[in-house]
Design a protein around this ligand. Structure first.
Ligand code: FAD
Ligand code: NAP
Length: 336
């Protein structure tokens, strides 16, 4: 059924929270020409539209999505250019992110290894400027090509155009659900350059590790700490880490001397997982909605949770954290 618009399709297999939600219209795209057909459908029917990749950073709040869900399966990775020091690689938006990481690591291209095993697709990676272990997508980003779903205009976005921020971009907060990201280009280094600042990496790697060792360790840590989406529904961190002023941090440190914080350029970041844990939520469960026992930032669906159940739990957590610490948690996951 590739490229064909289907009706009343269950999105349960397409979101890692495993929430049941039926989409009025649904289409899977695998070829460039499918994209053109979708554009024609949108121009004619003017439905609300949503592009999904792996469905690993979204939550459906209702059991029906009154619009068109476009499942991006455009695949392909190719070398665009190279010189002595670096390469430019292009990946299609539906390419599985970790397959792209493996492609780079196996060829000794440096820069993307800390983002190993992040679920989802390459086209979604710029949407929230994915990050892990001190590396963000913007550190290796070159440019992307996106199709405006209402005008059909194809546009190349430079790094500046994307307005990348902490788990944020133009596509997440400025013009959400407007573009289909068709392909992304990355600049990677051919000379050895590793980011090993995070304690887990420093502590567990040998001196002068190889690129492959960094990827293997990150995969091991992630597998041991995060719930497997095949077993327990989740969308990774539900909340972002908050940034605070120096005054606020001093106030909190007086009350909680062990509060974890990090200096990020000229900003101060607090670990939201710690705040949630201190507010008593780690491992808690209300019906089938719960807080992961190994990382309190991750909300889980134990089986039959609805989107509303997850959102109710999220609100309780937000209120507790605000009452205890005076900090408002911001949601990282996109809610539809
Ligand atoms: P989806 O969930 O399908 O979509 C997410 C958003 O992007 C939606 O708004 C969607 O409309 C939009 N979108 C998707 N594809 C396109 C496209 N081609 N064009 C335009 N818009 C698009 N995130 C991190 O940053 N760091 C992590 O370490 C991390 N770890 C995770 C661990 C687990 C276990 C899980 C479940 C999630 C984790 N995430 C992490 C979140 C998630 O994997 C990433 O945000 C990922 O990039 C989402 O990709 P996706 O294809 O699943 O996007
Ligand atoms: P962790 O290493 O136990 O660290 C807890 C928090 O402290 C993280 O949120 C991280 O912030 C921050 N932190 C730790 N060391 C830091 C340093 N040296 N400099 C700056 N900040 C530091 O976290 P974890 O849960 O095991 O996750 C490991 C990495 O994977 C993190 O980068 C995390 O963001 C990423 N991850 C993301 C998701 C998601 O869905 N977004 C899910 C799982 C894991 P940052 O989060 O800003 O890095």
């Amino acid at each position: 059924m590739l490229g064909k618009i289907q009706t009343n399709v269950s999105l349960k297999p397409y979101n890692t929270f495993g929430i049941e939600c039926r989409s009025k219209y649904f289409v899977a795209i695998e070829r460039e020409r499918d994209v053109e057909a979708i554009f024609r459908f949108i121009s004619r029917e003017k439905p609300r539209h949503l592009v999904i990749g792996g469905g690993s950073n979204l939550l459906f709040k209702n059991d029906f999505f009154d619009g068109l869900t476009i499942h991006n399966r455009l695949k392909g990775i190719k070398l665009i250019s190279e010189n002595e020091h670096s390469v430019i690689i292009e990946a299609k938006g539906g390419e599985i992110w970790d397959d792209f990481v493996q492609f780079c690591v196996s060829r000794n291209y440096y820069g993307v290894e800390n983002l190993s095993l992040i679920p989802g697709t390459t086209g979604a990676a710029p949407v929230q400027n994915i990050g892990a272990y001190g590396v963000e997508l913007q550190d290796i980003f070159h440019s992307l090509t996106a199709l405006h779903l209402e005008t059909g205009e194809r546009k190349i976005f430079s790094k500046e155009d994307c307005l990348f921020g902490y788990r944020d971009s133009y596509f997440k907060s400025r013009e959400p659900d407007t573009y289909l990201i068709e392909s992304v280009r990355f600049r990677l280094s051919k000379t050895k350059k590793l980011s090993l600042d995070y304690a887990h990496l420093k502590e567990q790697l040998p001196e002068n590790p190889e690129l492959q060792e960094v990827r293997a360790l990150i995969i091991n840590i992630r597998r041991s700490k995060l719930p497997d989406t095949e077993v327990t529904g989740n969308a990774g961190s539900f909340f972002k880490n908050p940034f605070v002023s120096r005054e606020k941090l001093d106030e909190l440190r007086n009350l909680y001397p062990r509060i974890p914080f990090y200096v990020q350029g000229d900003k101060l970041k607090i670990a939201a997982g710690w705040l949630i844990e201190q507010a008593g939520w780690k491992g808690k469960r209300i019906g089938d909605a719960g807080v992961h026992g190994k990382q309190a930032l991750v909300l889980v669906n134990y089986g039959n949770s609805s989107g509303q159940d997850i959102l109710s739990l999220a609100s309780l957590i937000e209120n507790s954290v605000f009452q205890k610490f005076g900090l408002r948690l911001e949601r990282e996951v996109r809610v539809y």
